[in-house]
Design a protein around this ligand. Structure first.
Ligand SMILES: NC(=O)c1ccc[n+]([C@@H]2O[C@H](COP(=O)([O-])OP(=O)(O)OC[C@H]3O[C@@H](n4cnc5c(N)ncnc54)[C@H](OP(=O)(O)O)[C@@H]3O)[C@@H](O)[C@H]2O)c1
Length: 334
């Protein structure tokens, strides 16, 4: 048996986003296998991609041992992550395999944070939120280096491309937390949430206060003590009362995804009052996430990782953005 650990495993590869991740991995000629719980969908996708596959439920420990054999890194694309992250992180800790997911659920980030010691002992890098947050975090790290004492960060996120079924279901796990912000290093409920106008190059967009994950991930990357986040749309869970997988569509078509762009706009105020601003112009969300998480996996497969709980920014700083095609960081300090 080949004992080299040099491959990638993508769990949840048959989902809407998982499929795009798998096709990006194929495009980059990465040596990978796929896994999922649905036999027909998993077998069919493996045939299309001409890769090996594993069919098992996320709770099946012995199956994880087999599927993770020979793997250096794993991408967990099976969300809502509330139901999968713990089992998959534990399996990776046991097998000594680097863990990445594309979660936008704050509780999954907290879970990864709580497993820091175990990840260090296992010699693995544990990043929850290696999708949209890769370029988001690169932007924040960039701004934090332009001032001496970063004090107050505000980030607006403009999303394009609608929502996939998995995102709609997972958004409930964000909406249920209320409007959280970071104040003086602590996460608290926002006392007075108000919309704010953000500039994305030519466009100005009003965004609603929404905790997106930077309050945990970008705090890990930079230690900025005050962080507020804003989103251009209402979370789908706040708009759709009847959330079941059956009555939701898959997600945008490739043409719909290509018809617009995502933007992330950030303003950082330093202790001395200096304000610096920049934004990221990127492909729409369901193209950006696969490009981002596969860029991180590619770094790991080339031996570039930091053990323990990490954020994209703490592991890779701002230059990871150069690994994401068609994605630009633009200073806005005229
Ligand atoms: N922040 C970001 O960067 C970002 C971007 C895109 C997506 N996401 C997140 O990624 C997740 C997936 O989104 P999606 O669009 O791919 O959704 P999707 O089309 O519904 O696919 C979900 C995939 O996960 C699998 N899955 C779900 N629950 C599972 C469980 N308990 N055990 C095993 N497998 C399970 C599904 O398997 P079955 O087919 O068997 O149900 C399917 O393969 C969502 O949580 C979404 O919010 C995050």
């Amino acid at each position: 048996m080949d004992n080299k650990k040099n491959k990638l495993l993508i769990y949840g590869a048959t989902g809407y986003t998982g499929r795009i991740i798998a096709s990006r991995a194929k495009e980059l000629n990465i040596d990978f296998e796929i896994a999922g719980r649905d036999p027909d969908k998993t077998r069919k996708l493996a045939e299309e991609l001409a890769v090996n596959y594993h069919i098992f439920n996320v709770d099946t420990e012995y199956a994880w041992k087999i599927a993770l054999h020979g793997k250096q890194a794993l991408i967990n694309a099976a969300g809502p992550f509330k139901f999968t992250a713990q089992q998959v992180m534990k399996a990776c800790l046991k097998a000594g395999v680097h863990y990445l997911d594309i979660s936008a659920e704050l509780d999954t980030y907290r879970l990864a944070q709580s497993l820091n010691r175990e990840a260090r002992e296992a010699g693995i890098q544990l990043i929850s939120g290696a999708g949209l947050f890769v370029s988001y975090d690169a932007l924040v790290v960039h701004l934090s280096k332009l001032v001496t004492e970063p004090e107050y960060l505000k980030v607006g996120f403009r999303h394009y491309g609608g929502f996939s079924r998995g995102s709609v279901l997972s958004s409930k796990n964000i909406a249920d937390l209320g409007i959280l912000v970071r104040r003086n290093h602590e996460i608290i409920g926002h006392p007075d949430p108000q919309p704010k106008l953000f500039s994305f190059g030519k466009d100005e967009v009003e965004c609603m206060p929404t905790p997106l994950g930077g309050i945990i991930l970008s705090y890990k990357s930079t230690g900025i003590p005050n962080i507020e986040e804003f989103f251009s749309l209402n979370l789908p869970a706040n708009e759709l009362p009847d959330l079941t997988a059956e009555n939701l569509p898959d997600g945008p078509t490739a043409e719909e995804r290509a018809a617009g762009r995502n933007g992330i706009s950030a303003e950082l105020t330093a202790k001395d009052g200096k304000v610096v601003k920049a934004y990221v112009d990127a492909p729409s969300g369901y193209d950006l996430t696969p490009l981002s998480v596969v860029a991180v996996a590619h770094r790991i497969l080339n031996g570039d990782f930091k053990v323990g709980y990490q954020s994209p920014g703490s592991a890779y700083g701002e230059d990871i953005i150069n690994d994401i095609p068609d994605t630009y960081l633009i200073d806005n300090n005229a």
